[in-house]
Structure formats: C-alpha cells, structure tokens
Design a protein around this ligand. Sequence first.
Ligand code: 5GP
Ligand code: ZN
Length: 133
Amino acid sequence: MDVHDPDALTRVTPETSLVEAECIFCKIGRGEIPAKPAYRDADVIAIEDVNPQAPTHLLVLPLRHYASLGDLLESGNTGLASALLRVAANLGHERGGDDGFRLVVNTGPHGGQTVGHLHLHVLAGRSLTWPPG
Ligand code: 5GP
Ligand code: ZN
C-alpha cells in the first residue's frame, strides 16, 4: 500500500486480500455497501447497526481489517486501539449523557461474534440488563 495515498485504505487493489475483498465491514469502509455514518476519520468509522438492540446502537471499527482485538494488539498498533476506544467512549458519552452507555466487543463463537472484522458496539438510550444471555 502507498502510505502517501490518502485513499489507499478505501480502495480494492491487487494487494487487497481475499478476506478484505469479501468482508462486509471492509466493504462498508470502502463505500461498496451503504451504511448510516456516525463518525469518520482517516482510520476509524462509526456506523448505525443495521439491527439495533437499543435506541443508540453504533458500531465503531477500524478501516483496516483486523479479525479481533487480539490481532490488532499483536500488530503493535496501540495508537489505533486507543483511537477506537476514544471514538467509542466519546459517542457513548454523546448519546448516553448522564444515563451512561455500554461498550461491547464480542469475540469468537462463544462471544457471539458474527462479523470477523473487529468492531465495538456502543449501546445507549435504555437501561441494559446484566448478565448477558
Ligand atoms: P457481532 O455479532 O459480530 O458482535 O456484531 C455484528 C453486528 O453487525 C450485528 O449487531 C449486526 O446487526 C451488524 N451488521 C451485520 N451486517 C451489517 C451491515 O451490513 N450493516 C450494518 N450497519 N450492520 C451490520
Ligand atoms: Zn474487514
């Protein structure tokens, strides 16, 4: 990838892996699948979840494909990890106000992960139960 090309992260090129070419969230990042945006910068996007579980249900994800939080941390890109947390927490504060919010990272089959591209759920707008089902 050409690090000087600002659009390089959002375009399919011969270097794009099959996983990235087929991944739903990579496709959303490239604009190939529509999504309702809540935030975007050079590295991170937030979108409305298509099947919301609360009045606010956003997904915060890196534009670059990582399968899991573990993959991102192993890559050494701690700046991106903190950027994801910052965006998610800011949106949670914005949407949840004094009533609060919840951040969730489902990981693997027992965690309930259904899309294999790292994402943080931001849930707010109602009182959420605990423990999860
Ligand atoms: P997971 O189950 O992996 O933690 O979360 C995946 C989330 O992505 C689910 O809440 C699901 O509703 C959402 N989702 C799946 N496909 C799409 C899509 O095409 N667009 C949007 N905006 N959300 C999606
Ligand atoms: Zn992806």
